[in-house]
Write a protein that binds this ligand. Structure first.
Ligand SMILES: Cc1ncc(C[n+]2csc(CCOP(=O)(O)OP(=O)(O)O)c2C)c(N)n1
Ligand SMILES: [Mg+2]
Length: 805
């Protein structure tokens, strides 16, 4: 989109460089640096004059980034944060036009390819997929994973991006994936602010990379502050590389190669990055580059001014050691360039940035001009004074946003509520058609929805031989995983105790020995890092299954799941996907930290993932078979108490599929529809037997997945017969059961079929105490289910069904 005049910075081979080439390279770098600085200065003005809502810029960090960009090759990955604009410009990951388009929240990916206006400025992402969601050739791209705003949140994903290189280098069966790797030679570049290294996610992931020995290069942009809080309150010894010295590799073992360099020292930075990245790429050793003495000429962001918290001395020092000024000084002192040459570059940069900003703004305004014109034309056609006023008001807004255009149209439709005429009808028809356009702009791509979506995976029922063996549930899963590992070389599985012993419930027993440690492996106890590894590897074309030992511990991985994975497709408007499967187990656990069913937490924070709650291991296997063949992320919660229950072994264990979102009728009945899933489903089945003896017949429905939920509306269909509803689960009151009620009553319009109060039976609001009795008095028991069904029957027919108590 941009006809940027930037020349991207190139790797240097100084041995072959003539002075003229060297000078050209340095001046080109200076040009990039100047353009980036101008973008920051102008960007801040755009916010202060009200054209953009918020601005955060990379001023003070330019020189290090132009040096880092020299070491960045096609096929490499970036996982960074909002200060990286210079790096983005220098590598072609972004450009000035796109930078401003993002500030204005331009909703068109042609203008703002990172997110289609969804992410705030300085949040970079390259488009990794074709328009229909299939992988592009990553080896022909400079790749940037999609930024997130949470400080340090980019680092867990960085692990997986680097680990993928190691997997590709180790596993020769993956050599055919030439669009993702060239023998694992790719480096994952991470960036993080000094203060953000205080976050737990940083330390956890940092340690993991040292253990894994993967080609990752973390740069810390150290400007001494995190907003207003100085390093004194952030970092032990006020120096992160000092603190991390123990990670330095030596001849005794694994570790990092650690570098420290000043952020205004251009030649030092070029040399450091050249050396650090060479070690990282060739030896597959993580490297850490602490870039100190950086500045923030305009303060943290447009939300405040740094004069409030920086001393006069500090401000004076920042002025002197501003990296652009220092680079300039160095060029003059080393006679690389004349004052005149530098002034010419600076002026060119200023003019170019201004013209790109204006172009971005004009395109943004132009994108809505036709909609404004059409709205006014349709409003003008309506001969009604209040509507004419609205048209005039909209006309007067020179550069309206969509809220102003559609707010006016909706107000007009309300004004016209008592009128019927063809002109009003035209307005409404246009508004409805435009709602589809706006849906695409602001509400689309929660899932990537490619032809590999779970929706389109062929449904193959489980088949059984006549003498099918009854086996432990865990054996069903084990056979399913074995078949999939045999068939799909991209598949990986890892987690705590998953490798050598094959997970705590032996779903993977024997599989590491069969398929190798490079495909099935143990990890340290570090849920955040486990999820990050999964996300990064999935971005690079692998098919990881990341295991979280128990669902309660998902909380430790939730930041990455929620901030990163769940919104990845949405925040890039379908530009990136990470088909990661998270496997965990829960329900019917006992104990305060083993409650086992934090389903509302999951439903509330993980939209963008499929949430599977299989009632037994056969259903779980069918779901894995579906998910492994598809390309969307999912969480599968197996029932902890199901591993040793007997199930029949399907003859097509690796091939049968379970369609996600299709509920199953477990038992037919006439009186009450009972919806339940996971472990409570079995209790409902047991309760059904006693209820039957009491003359009450319940119909049981298992939705099987909570996201998506019963897409064929089986629950509403059942309600039309029974007119009574009970939802049973073991989440907190008003947790997942409230979600299920909303789906059935509102979404499926089940409300119209009810003739008694819909009920939910869930666990108590506190966590369950340890032991059988703790469980009995906290979670729904068979007794509770029977009694609540009786209450429902009593409400509808008190004579026939007297109160039990
Ligand atoms: C998890 C989280 N906590 C707090 C914030 C608010 N916040 C945004 S930037 C920032 C300071 C980060 O400082 P540093 O890491 O040094 O990066 P810098 O902006 O100085 O480059 C804070 C506290 C956030 N975005 N995410
Ligand atoms: Mg900082």
């Amino acid at each position: 989109m941009s006809d940027t005049n930037l020349k991207y910075t190139d790797p240097i081979d100084t041995s072959k460089l003539s002075f003229a080439d060297f000078k050209a390279m340095v001046l080109n770098d200076y040009h990039i640096v100047c353009e980036s600085r101008e973008a920051s200065l102008l960007g801040r003005k755009e916010v202060l004059t009200g054209k953009a809502k918020f601005g955060i810029f990379g001023d003070g960090k330019e020189v290090a980034q132009v040096a880092m960009a020299k070491a960045f090759r096609n096929g490499d990955w970036r996982s960074g944060y909002y200060r990286d604009q210079t790096f983005a410009f220098a590598t072609g990951i972004s450009n000035i036009y796109e930078f401003f388009s993002q500030m204005y929240a331009h909703p068109d990916i042609q203008a703002e390819p990172a997110s289609g206006g969804r992410m705030m400025n300085g949040h970079f992402a390259t488009r990794e997929l074709t328009a229909d969601g299939h992988w592009l050739n990553q080896m022909a791209l400079k790749n940037s994973s999609a930024d997130i705003s949470t400080t340090g949140g980019q680092i867990p994903r960085l692990l997986g991006l680097a680990q993928a290189s190691k997997i590709y280098r180790q596993n020769k069966d993956l050599a055919y994936l030439t669009h993702f790797s060239n023998n694992g030679n790719e480096v994952a570049f991470g960036t993080i602010g000094n203060a953000s290294t205080s976050e737990g996610v940083f330390f956890e992931a940092f340690n993991a990379a040292g253990v894994l020995q993967i080609p990752l290069a973390i740069s810390v942009w150290d400007d001494g502050y995190g907003i207003s809080v100085p390093n004194k309150y952030q970092t032990t010894k006020e120096d992160i590389s000092e603190v991390l010295k123990g990670f330095q590799r030596d001849d005794k073992g694994n570790g990092y190669e650690i570098f420290k360099v000043r952020g205004w020292d251009y030649p030092g930075l070029c040399e450091t990055y050249e050396q650090a990245i060479r070690i990282c790429r060739e030896e597959h050793v993580p490297v850490f580059i602490h870039v100190t003495e950086m500045t923030q000429p305009q303060g943290h962001s447009t939300s405040g001014s740094h004069e409030r918290y920086k001393s006069r001395e500090r401000l004076l020092w920042e002025e002197e050691y501003d990296c652009v000024a220092q680079m300039r000084k160095w060029m003059l002192e080393s006679a690389i360039a004349t004052e005149k040459e530098l002034i010419a570059i600076e002026e060119q940069a200023k003019t170019f940035v201004k013209s790109e900003q204006v172009r971005a703004w004009n395109d943004y305004v132009e994108a809505f001009a036709e909609e404004k014109a059409t709205a006014i034309r349709l409003l003008r056609a309506i001969d009604y004074k209040p509507v004419q006023h609205l048209a005039t008001r909209l006309e007067k807004i020179k550069e309206p946003n969509l809220k102003q255009i559609y707010g006016t149209v909706r107000k007009a439709i309300r004004e016209l509520r008592a009128y019927q005429n063809p002109q009003k009808e035209s307005l409404i028809q246009w508004y409805k058609a435009q709602q589809r356009v706006n849906h695409d702009r602001y509400n689309s791509t929660l899932f990537t929805e490619t032809s590999e979506s779970p929706k389109y995976i062929e449904v193959i029922p489980a088949a059984y031989e006549e003498k099918a063996k009854m086996v432990d549930g865990r054996e069903v899963l084990n056979a399913c995983f074995a078949a999939n590992f045999e068939r799909e070389p991209r598949l990986l599985a890892f987690g705590e105790d998953l490798g050598a012993i094959g997970d705590v419930n032996q779903g993977f027993a024997g599989l590491q020995a069969r398929f190798g440690e490079h495909r099935i492996f143990d990890t340290g106890i570090r849920e955040t890092a486990i999820i990050g590894e999964g996300v990064g590897m999935a971005l690079r074309g692998l098919k990881p299954i990341a295991e979280i030992q128990y669902v309660d511990y998902l909380l430790y991985g939730l930041t990455v799941l929620s901030d990163d994975l769940a919104c990845l497709s949405y925040r890039t408007k379908g530009g990136q996907k990470a088909p990661l499967i998270i496997r965990t187990r829960g329900h019917r656990l006992e104990g305060i930290w083993h409650s086992g069913s934090p389903m509302a937490m999951i439903l509330g924070s993980l939209r963008g993932l499929h949430v599977c709650v299989p009632r037994n291991m056969t259903q779980a296997a069918g779901m894995y078979n579906t998910l492994i063949r598809s390309d969307e992320p999912a969480l599968v919660i197996e029932c902890l108490n199901g591993y040793r229950l007997k199930e029949r072994m399907p003859s097509n264990i690796g091939d049968f599929t379970v369609s996600l979102g299709v509920a199953e009728l477990i038992r037919e009945g006439a009186d009450v529809t009972v919806v339940s899933y996971g472990s409570t489903l079995r209790l409902v089945q047991e309760a059904a037997v006693e209820l039957n003896e009491m003359g009450i017949s319940i119909e049981i429905i298992d939705p099987q997945t909570l996201q998506p939920f019963d897409v064929e509306h089986l629950c509403a269909q059942s309600l039309r017969k029974t007119n009574k509803l009970l939802v049973v689960d073991e989440d907190v009151p008003g947790g997942a059961s409230a979600f299920i009620l909303q789906q059935i009553l509102e979404e499926q319009k089940g409300y119209y079929s009810l003739d008694s109060q819909p009920r939910t039976l869930s666990a108590k609001p506190h966590r369950p105490p340890y032991g059988t009795d703790g469980d009995y008095f906290t979670k729904p028991s068979m007794d509770d289910i029977i009694e609540m069904v009786c209450e429902i029957m009593h409400e509808s027919n008190p004579d026939k069904f007297p109160n039990l108590f």
